[in-house]
Design a protein around this ligand. Structure first.
Ligand SMILES: *Cc1c(COP(=O)(O)O)cnc(C)c1O
Length: 393
């Protein structure tokens, strides 16, 4: 065997494949809830961990689940990976398993994450803290008080702000705390949190990993040791991904590298187009050299991603009209698919947030968040141009 690890796009296709006895080039779907044994001794060998084997799908002991987990671990450069029925399932099990000494979240985060951290986990007695990016200086004070888990997204939703993974990891580790990064926006293609010092990397596979807006899933990558307590929560909260969804996720991962590379390239051109447009007040994209997070993005990302946000000049009503005039690009609250989508954070992810808090997070009434697909970039730019033209009439 060649000890050299395969290149990323090759691993997207070949990692995690389990040899199929009939010669299928990819693992067929095991839409099976349980597996048969010849003897009780064989069954006990698997249950007691002396032998690798398949047993019961909710435990994750199913070839379709194991195969996609092996592929995801290889892509993230992790010892181990676990899939879940959604991104929120992955985060809730992670927080329950590793958040009991308290959790600090730095910067903006996904709405569901903020709700879990802001109200639901505290109801269970888990202490949580939220630091705005400008308050990062308070991190050490919280760590000094014994907080055990530092969590953040980078780039963040929707302003694409950057947080320095290795700097935060150095500080957290000096206090014995763990670092978990939600890598959904960057994806494994553009950023490898574990290589930068994070302990756990999470992604909502509903977004870029699934990539076609047709499946819901989540993933955690980490060492076996750190995932072991998470596995017990996943098992007993019943958060397992269905085997047929795991199978479709594995198929999507085959094209992950080429999809995201195209999305990166389209996003760069669209960010430049928006930046020079008279009706656009500000563009948020880590790939723009003027963007405040650009230098850090160059340091910790290998591509700048497919998410671009921008503030329009004008009123909230004009911004709403802009989103409704788009023809190729759709108005929908998700991201990461092959099709381009826009949302307005004030009407979706940040809808329930108090106006003052929204303002403190820099979310304007005319902010548009765009998830860039793999369409021809000329068509996307033309679509944006014609919808922008209606703003001034
Ligand atoms: C969508 C999303 C989640 C939640 O994922 P689901 O699969 O919808 O549960 C978490 N974090 C980020 C950054 C997301 O975009």
């Amino acid at each position: 065997m060649d000890p050299k690890p395969a290149a990323f796009s090759t691993q997207c296709i070949h990692a995690g494949e389990i040899d199929d006895a009939l010669g299928s080039p990819h693992l067929p779907l095991y839409d099976t809830t349980t597996f048969k044994f010849e003897t009780t001794a064989d069954l006990l060998d698997v249950i007691e961990g002396r032998k690798d084997g398949y047993l019961y799908t909710r435990y994750g002991m199913n070839p379709s689940i194991r195969s996609v987990e092996t592929k995801l671990a290889a892509l993230d450069g992790a010892e181990s990976a676990m899939v879940f029925s959604s991104g929120m399932a992955a985060l809730s099990s992670l927080f329950l398993a590793h958040g009991r000494r308290g959790i600090v979240c730095i910067g903006d985060a996904y709405g569901g994450t903020l709700e879990l951290l802001g109200s639901q986990l505290p109801e269970l007695g888990i202490q949580t803290h939220q630091l705005l990016l400008s308050e990062q200086g308070r991190l050490e004070e919280l760590l000094d008080r014994g907080v055990g888990l530092v969590f953040f997204e980078t780039p963040t939703n929707p302003r694409l702000e950057l947080i320095d993974i290795s700097a935060v990891a150095d500080i957290a580790h000096s206090y014995g705390a763990l670092v978990a990064v939600d890598n959904t926006f960057a994806t494994t293609v553009n950023q490898l949190p574990l290589a930068l010092g994070a302990d756990i990397a999470m992604q909502s596979a509903t977004k870029y990993l699934g990539g076609h807006s047709d499946l819901t899933a989540g993933v955690l990558c980490a060492s076996k040791e750190l995932l072991e307590p998470v596995q017990r929560w996943r098992k007993n909260l019943g958060q397992m991904l269905a085997p047929d969804t795991a199978h479709r996720l594995a198929r999507s991962l085959g094209t992950l590298a080429i999809r995201v590379e195209r999305q990166n390239a389209n996003a760069m051109q669209i960010a430049r187009f928006l930046q020079q447009h008279k009706d656009v007040r500000q563009v948020y994209y880590p790939g723009l050299s003027e963007f405040p997070g650009h230098a850090l993005a160059r340091q910790q990302m290998s591509g700048f991603g497919g998410m671009v946000s921008f503030d329009l000049r004008g009123s909230r009503e004009q911004a709403i009209r802009f989103t409704e005039r788009l023809r190729v690009i759709s108005l929908a609250p998700s991201l990461g698919g092959i099709e381009s989508l826009v949302t307005m954070p004030v009407t979706t992810s940040h809808h329930d947030m108090a106006v003052e808090e929204r303002n403190s997070r820099g979310i304007s009434d005319t902010m548009i968040r765009m998830s860039i697909g793999i369409e021809d970039v000329t068509d996307l730019i033309e679509d944006l141009a014609q919808a922008l033209a209606t703003l001034s009439v």
